[in-house]
Design a binder for this molecule. Structure first.
Ligand SMILES: *Cc1c(COP(=O)(O)O)cnc(C)c1O
Length: 401
C-alpha cells in the first residue's frame, strides 16, 4: 500500500527535532554536524536567534496579505538586493524552479517587446539543473527526469558546459537567452571558468542574446560573494535566486536589469504567496547577517580553511576521494568509492552531507559555521574514511570461497 506521505524521495531514516547553528538533533538524541544545510538552504544555520526573533514577531503581526496590497517587507528586501547587486528590480516567488520559470518569461518577453518575438529559444548546458516544473525539466534536459511526463517543452537546447565554441555555434536568430549556473550544483559542483563566463557575456553583448544566470544554489553568499558571478567580474541581464535567500523559509526571486524587466508590466506575471510579509522577513533576516561588515570575508576564510584541510584529506585518502572542487562553501569531493557509500559512512560519523552527480559528495554547510566546526567536519570525514578503509581491508582479507 502506498504510504500516506508519497514516496517520491529516498529519505534517510532520521528525523530532527531541533537545530542550533551548524548542529541538528534527532528525536532519539543523536547530534549531527550539518554540512547539508537543507541542501544549501539554511544559510545562517538553524534557529539563528535573530531569525527566530524576526519571524516570531512577524507571525504575531501578519503573515500574508497577497500582492493586492503594499508589502513593506518585500520592498525593503528588494531594495537591499538591488543596492547590493547588478539588478534594478526584483520579483519574488516561492522556489528555485519558479524563479527560473520567471527568469525565462522575463527573457522571452524582453526580446518580444524589443521587436524580436522570434527570439524564444533558451540555450542551456549539459548537466544543468533548473528544477522540476514541466518547463524547467526541459531546461534541465536530463532524460531520467523527463521520462513519462510527455513531450518536452519546446524552446530549450543544450550545449556542453564551459565550451564557448559550442555555445557560439548554437546561437541562431531564434535565441532569446543563454541560461546557466555559474557553478553546476546537482550535476557535481562544476565551476564555470572565469574566462568562459567573460566570453559568454561578450557573446551576449555581440548578439543581443540575454544572459540568464541560475544562482539558486550558488547565490546569497554561498561562494563568499553575495552572488557567484561577481568572482568573474561579469553581470547577467536576469538572474534567479532561492535556496539560501530565506535561510530555510521558502522564497525565490528573479533579479533583473531595468532594460529586461521594463517589459514586465502589471498583470504580466504573478503568484499568490510570492514575497509575502513572512517570507520577506526571513529574507531580510538573512541579509542582516550576510551584509554585516566582514561577514562575507569570514565565509571566504572558512572556505579557505576547509580547502586546505580537505586537500590534505583527499591526498591522504586516495582510495576514497579523487578530487576537491567548488568555490567558497559550495564544495564537492569527487569520490573513488560509490558516493552513496561515502555519504553513509559520514552519516555514521554523525556528519550530514548531500550527494551530487558525477559521484560527488557535496558539502554545503551554513555560512555561519565556526573554524572549529570546519575542523570537526574534516575529522568526522577522516573517521568515515577510516571505517571505509577498514571495511575494505576486511573484505580483501576474507577468503574467497
Ligand atoms: C535547487 C535548484 C533549483 C530548483 O529549486 P527548487 O526550490 O527545488 O525548485 C534550480 N536551480 C538550481 C541551480 C538549484 O540548485
Amino acid at each position: 500500500m502506498i504510504p500516506a506521505l508519497i514516496p517520491t524521495y529516498n529519505r534517510a531514516p532520521l528525523a530532527f527535532e531541533r537545530g542550533e547553528g551548524t548542529w541538528l538533533y534527532t528525536t532519539d538524541g543523536r547530534r549531527f554536524l550539518d554540512f547539508a544545510a537543507g541542501i544549501a538552504t539554511c544559510s545562517i544555520g538553524h534557529a539563528h536567534p535573530h531569525m527566530v526573533q524576526e519571524l516570531n514577531g512577524q507571525i504575531g503581526r501578519v503573515m500574508h496579505v497577497s500582492n493586492l496590497f503594499q508589502i513593506p517587507q518585500a520592498t525593503r528586501l528588494a531594495e537591499r538586493l538591488v543596492a547590493n547587486s547588478f539588478a534594478d528590480t526584483v520579483f519574488f516567488c516561492n522556489s528555485g524552479a519558479e524563479a527560473n520559470e520567471g527568469m525565462v518569461k522575463f527573457a522571452r518577453r524582453a526580446q518580444a517587446m524589443s521587436g524580436h518575438p522570434e527570439r524564444t529559444d533558451i540555450i542551456c548546458m549539459d548537466g544543468a539543473f533548473h528544477g522540476r516544473t514541466l518547463a524547467m525539466l526541459s531546461a534541465t534536459g536530463n532524460p531520467k527526469y523527463l521520462e513519462g511526463f510527455g513531450a518536452p517543452v519546446s524552446g530549450f537546447v543544450h550545449v556542453p558546459f564551459n565550451d564557448i565554441e559550442a555555445l557560439k555555434a548554437a546561437i541562431t536568430p531564434q535565441t532569446a537567452a543563454i541560461m546557466l549556473e555559474p557553478i553546476q550544483g546537482e550535476s557535481g559542483i562544476k565551476v564555470a571558468s572565469t574566462d568562459y563566463l567573460k566570453a559568454v557575456r561578450a557573446l551576449c553583448d555581440e548578439t543581443g542574446v540575454l544572459l540568464a544566470l541560475d544562482e539558486v544554489q550558488s547565490g546569497v553568499g554561498r561562494t563568499g560573494k553575495l552572488f557567484a558571478h561577481e568572482w568573474a567580474g561579469i553581470t547577467p541581464d536576469v538572474m534567479s535566486a532561492a535556496k539560501g535567500l530565506g535561510g530555510g523559509f521558502p522564497i525565490g526571486a528573479v533579479l533583473a536589469t531595468e532594460a529586461v524587466a521594463s517589459c514586465m508590466t502589471a498583470g504580466t506575471h504573478g503568484t499568490t504567496f510570492g514575497g509575502n510579509p513572512l517570507a520577506c522577513t526571513a529574507g531580510n533576516a538573512v541579509l542582516d547577517v550576510l551584509l554585516a561588515p566582514g561577514f562575507l570575508e569570514q565565509v571566504r576564510s572558512r572556505a579557505a580553511l576547509l580547502d586546505t584541510l580537505l586537500d590534505e584529506l583527499v591526498q591522504d585518502a586516495p582510495t576514497v576521494f579523487a578530487e576537491r572542487r567548488g568555490l567558497g562553501l559550495l564544495i564537492g569531493l569527487r569520490c573513488v568509492l560509490p558516493v552513496g557509500t561515502v555519504q553513509a559512512a559520514a552519516q555514521d560519523a554523525d556528519l550530514l552531507c548531500v550527494t551530487a552527480g558525477d559521484n560527488v559528495l557535496r558539502l554545503v554547510p551554513p555560512l555561519t559555521l565556526s573554524e572549529n566546526e570546519c575542523r570537526e567536519a574534516v575529522s568526522r570525514l577522516k573517521k568515515a574514511v577510516q571505517s571505509l578503509t577498514d571495511k575494505h581491508n576486511n573484505k580483501t582479507l576474507e577468503p574467497t570461497l
